[in-house]
Design a protein around this ligand. Structure first.
Ligand SMILES: *Cc1c(COP(=O)(O)O)cnc(C)c1O
Length: 432
């Protein structure tokens, strides 16, 4: 569900027309809907209300300060994967004591920083990391709160690049080794065992793999609670969203019919998982990223050229894979719709960026209403793993980001200036 709708033939984000934003701020432009972030957060929250729980937004999916602030005001916690992300939470007015810190490569500096900010928990991904956290905590005369990430070896049945919970993946500690690692961790003077964590992958569209993983891990959590007094089980993120959106059809009820059939809703997720989790008597952490932010953002771009060659039609737009890498990286689908609702005949079109890479293709032979040079189009569901993965390949500046709330819209990240791309670079002294 999201707040992007056509109103009098013009695509709107809440009460603001996308055309007006593109005119004011240029393209390519990310636009986020506050209300969609809030609705998604609330919907998930409501569905798991029978559990003592904390939603920790996975901010690697969208770490813009405006987005983080919106969620911080909802009393969200944050799932962070670097010291930089913890600093962003603080910069956005969020509470570091509601942060968990995941990731396989935590550096000494990051661990020290996180300890100094009294984060809620380190989600530990290996034994050497545990040893290192204990040493640093000892130096700082602290007790580090720790959960160990269990790799339950469950196939999430999603894209291979976003599968994390099998033994082929670098994440977590094997299920069979967990008991021994907790026993060892319990002897470390500067470690406090606070929880157990797992995360099996992203963009899951069925509840089955979640169910399988929770059934496998819940008894382990119960044992760890009895033995070491852990207080939480984190079941990670991964709830999938709908990328194929019938917004283009103009049916205002589109999501009701489509969603009911195809998509994993938080209600279905909760109906299956809450009965398995409730008897544990543990606090349950959820770490959704995509579910909260995915449908809350779009990428607006302008058609630079339309190139019709033989059988093909290429619409070359001013956004490219450096702005939104998901199609190139994960072969992922983004709905592409004209900003001005169109009754034009659909034509099989390749929407492509201007970067010198064949992979810089947003869609291939997709039927979209005939578009012309100068038209604005929007790539939907670009709020998660969109801007955060943007880069400056081909010396293209990072796009701007706008946050909308009702009738208000504000730039929450300025468009990068071209000369700022080489800020910090120079020729070597002997070249001068
Ligand atoms: C990426 C990640 C998430 C969020 O995944 P989504 O699919 O965006 O919900 C949650 N937890 C961990 C540990 C992650 O690495």
């Amino acid at each position: 569900m999201h707040k992007f709708r056509y109103v009098r033939n013009q695509l709107h984000c809440e009460n603001i027309s996308i055309r007006s934003l593109a005119k004011k701020h240029g393209t390519p432009l990310y636009v986020y809907s506050s209300q969609t972030l809030i609705d998604n957060f609330n919907r998930l929250h409501k569905s798991v209300v029978p559990l003592d729980h904390l939603i920790c937004f996975a901010m690697k999916s969208n770490s813009n300060l405006g987005v983080i602030h919106t969620l911080a005001t909802m009393e969200s916690g944050f799932d962070t994967v670097s010291g930089g992300e913890i600093q962003r939470v603080i910069a956005a007015g969020g509470d570091p004591r509601k942060c968990v810190f995941a990731g396989v490569g935590k550096t000494e500096d990051e661990i020290s920083f996180a300890l100094s900010k009294n984060i809620y928990c380190f989600n530990v991904e290996s034994e050497p990391e545990l040893t290192r956290i204990n040493q640093i905590a000892n130096k700082l005369k602290k007790k580090a709160p720790v959960a160990i990430r269990v790799n339950p070896n469950v196939d999430a049945k999603t894209h291979k690049k976003i599968t994390t919970g099998t033994y082929e993946n670098k994440f977590g500690i094997a299920y069979e080794k967990i008991a021994a690692v907790y026993a060892r961790a319990n002897k470390l003077k500067n470690i406090k065992l606070r929880g157990l964590q797992m995360h099996i992958g992203s963009q899951l569209t069925q509840v089955k793999p979640f169910e399988e993983a929770v059934r496998k891990v819940a008894p382990m959590a119960a044992k760890l609670k009895t033995k070491y007094g852990i207080e939480f089980l984190s079941i990670g993120g991964g709830i999938g969203i709908m990328y194929e959106d019938a917004l283009a059809s103009g049916d205002p009820k589109w999501w009701k019919c489509k969603e009911a059939k195809n998509i994993l809703t938080p209600e279905k997720y909760a109906d299956t998982l809450v009965p398995l989790l409730k008897p544990l008597g543990l606090k349950v952490l959820l770490e959704p990223g995509r579910f909260i932010a995915g449908n809350a953002g779009i990428l607006v771009t302008r058609v630079e050229y339309v190139k019709r060659t033989g059988k093909k039609c290429f619409a070359i737009v001013d956004a490219a894979m450096n702005d939104l890498i998901r199609p190139a990286f994960y072969e992922s689908y983004h709905e592409i719709v004209p900003v001005k609702q169109s009754r034009n005949r659909p034509i099989a079109t390749d929407v492509v960026g201007g970067i010198c890479e064949t992979g810089d293709t947003f869609c291939k032979n997709r039927l979209i209403p005939r578009i012309e040079e100068g038209d604005l189009v929007a790539m939907l569901s670009a709020g998660a793993y969109g801007f955060v993965m943007a880069g400056t390949y081909n010396t293209r500046p990072l796009p701007a980001e706008v946050l909308v709330a009702g009738k208000n819209a504000a730039i929450v990240r300025k468009r990068q200036k071209v000369k700022d791309i080489w800020d910090g670079e120079s020729v070597a002294p002997w070249q001068r």
